[in-house]
Ligand binder design. Structure first.
Ligand SMILES: Nc1ncnc2c1ncn2[C@@H]1O[C@H](COP(=O)(O)OP(=O)(O)OP(=O)(O)O)[C@@H](O)[C@H]1O
Length: 320
């Protein structure tokens, strides 16, 4: 069986002009329950724990229900809980079902606003290091990392969801003529999962999880350039991937949950001044995302990830 190198789900709440029908974009109507959307993407959580980078994007026009789909309604009605808390819950459930692997989970929350990255978990002023803007860089293993960026180790779904909610308070939001609480940025929640054999599963040296990291450089990820990164644990030098050592690898993979800002027509949304600049940045970055997805679907030699911060941040999960 040929395994996919990337797992990507585009959840859109309206048919969108930017994507061809054959692109596999799933369109949900307003009556579709949140449970149905989650059921469709839920298998990707297993792929994540198998070591694949996963990206789930909500796409649609302004006011079409992206934030509702990803995060749920502001009222917190349990029935309508969004895809992000459901995914976090599902991930921790899967982790608890496999005690033979020890798993560390870290979360970061960022927004891409006017083509700049802001750290929504930073304690001070949306940058982890005062005055230093987070930027995308490439690690020596070829992975894309945003740095400096706050990444917090979490032990439970509740802890993870609470952090994400706290980060959301800082997200850029303004009223427009179309939507009273319009998101003016792309929100990217990244859940990084590192798994290794449980220390009681063999006589090998136990895996020691990395300390919670806040405002520091990202953890190095080694190994496979495509998909998740893997490295042999310190206790298994020279072990063959086909033998027991395959079991002894640390596996890193990231889940990116993205609530995109909505495409909008400035004439209809009635924005002026700084809001007009936001609209222009939103539309340009969505066009850049469409260009990247088209290039990937058409298997073009060059994929223009660097045309926008949004696509550059998502490069690992979209394809490479
Ligand atoms: N399926 C739904 N059922 C009930 N209410 C919904 C549904 N989808 C969206 N809404 C409501 O519609 C309004 C707009 O939704 P939402 O904020 O999710 O739009 P959006 O696409 O994120 O907009 P923008 O791109 O401008 O941020 C909100 O009040 C939201 O609660």
């Amino acid at each position: 069986m040929v395994m996919p190198l990337r797992c990507l789900a585009v959840v859109t709440v309206q048919r969108h002009w930017m994507f061809p029908d054959e692109a596999g974009v799933r369109v949900y109507g307003p009556a579709e329950p949140q449970t149905a959307v989650f059921e469709d993407v839920c298998p990707l959580l297993t792929s994540l724990l198998d070591g694949y980078d996963v990206c789930i994007l909500a796409l649609g026009q302004t006011g079409s229900g992206k934030t509702y789909t990803m995060l749920g309604p502001p009222s917190d009605a349990p029935r309508d809980v969004g895809l992000v808390p459901r995914a976090v819950e599902g991930l921790f459930r899967l982790i608890s079902e496999n005690p033979s692997r020890s798993t560390q989970v870290e979360v970061s929350v960022m927004e891409v606003y006017n083509n700049d990255i802001f750290d929504l978990l930073a304690k001070d002023g949306r940058t982890a290091v005062p005055g230093v803007k987070p930027e995308v860089s490439t690690t020596k293993e070829g992975r894309k990392e945003v740095s400096p960026l706050t990444r917090v180790a979490v032990c439970s779904a509740g802890e993870c969801t609470a952090l994400i909610r706290a980060g959301l308070q800082l997200r850029a939001q303004h009223a427009t003529a179309v939507h009273a609480a319009s998101s003016r940025s792309h929100l990217i929640v990244t859940v990084t999962v590192t798994t290794a054999p449980s220390c009681h599963s063999s006589a090998e040296q136990p895996w020691s999880p990395t300390a919670p990291q806040e405002a520091g450089p990202p953890q190095p990820a080694a190994g496979r350039r495509r998909g998740a990164s893997r490295r042999a644990s310190p206790g298994s030098p020279g072990a063959s991937p086909a033998g027991p050592a395959a079991h002894a690898e640390q596996v890193h993979a990231k889940l990116q949950l993205v609530d995109l800002a909505g495409s909008e027509c400035a004439g209809v949304s009635g924005v002026t001044g700084s809001a007009l600049r936001e609209t222009s940045c939103i539309n340009r970055s969505l066009a850049a995302l469409a260009d990247v997805l088209r290039a990937l679907w058409e298997r073009r030699g060059h994929v223009p990830y660097r045309n926008s911060k949004l696509t550059h941040v998502l490069q690992d999960a979209l394809g490479d």
